[in-house]
Design a binder for this molecule. Structure first.
Ligand SMILES: [Ca+2]
Length: 168
């Protein structure tokens, strides 16, 4: 009886340790400054479904607030995904007026002027009202695209402050 109790407890601890290790090693989460990101590279969705999928996770579709944040995302995507030409990731930037992109959650205009693919945004065929990140010739660039295109997506949430952060 005592042995089976220990066996049960040991199994439980082993499963918990494995789950923790997997979570830490997951290539699809990463932190940068005050944000935690989730990068979906399995399911593709329209901009609208991507927006809702992030909400269901308690997160938001990503808003990129600086060149530095863009570069960190680029580095992470390059290192942890297939990084294939044509791979695309929705962000939360959309245009009320053609070519005028704003982050939907904050309302701030999209900066990052140097990150557009040359010639973009171009509102091709007059229906490109959403902005995605695009792997193009081994670079990550921005492009305006039809909101109903299927693409991967990036969610973000504020990083919770832990006691170890406070001690630093
Ligand atoms: Ca375009």
């Amino acid at each position: 009886m005592a042995f089976s109790k220990w066996f049960f407890l040991a199994s439980f601890v082993l499963v918990a340790v494995q789950a923790h290790t997997l979570q830490r090693r997951s290539p699809f989460h990463f932190q940068y400054k005050n944000k935690l990101y989730y990068i979906e590279t399995f399911y593709k969705a329209t901009f609208y479904k991507a927006f809702m999928s992030c909400s269901k996770l308690g997160m938001n579709l990503v808003s990129i607030e600086s060149d530095d944040e863009f570069d960190k995302l680029h580095e992470f995507i390059k290192t942890n995904t297939k990084y294939e030409h044509g791979m695309a990731f929705w962000t939360s930037a959309a245009a009320m007026e053609p070519l005028q992109f704003h982050w939907m959650l904050s309302g701030y205009p999209v900066g990052l002027a140097s990150k557009w693919l040359p010639g973009e945004p171009n509102n091709k065929q007059g229906n490109e009202y959403c902005m995605h990140l695009w792997v193009h010739n081994k670079k990550l660039v921005m492009n305006d695209e039809s909101c109903t295109t299927q693409a991967f997506y990036i969610c973000e949430q504020p990083k919770l402050v832990t006691s170890s952060d406070i001690r630093r």
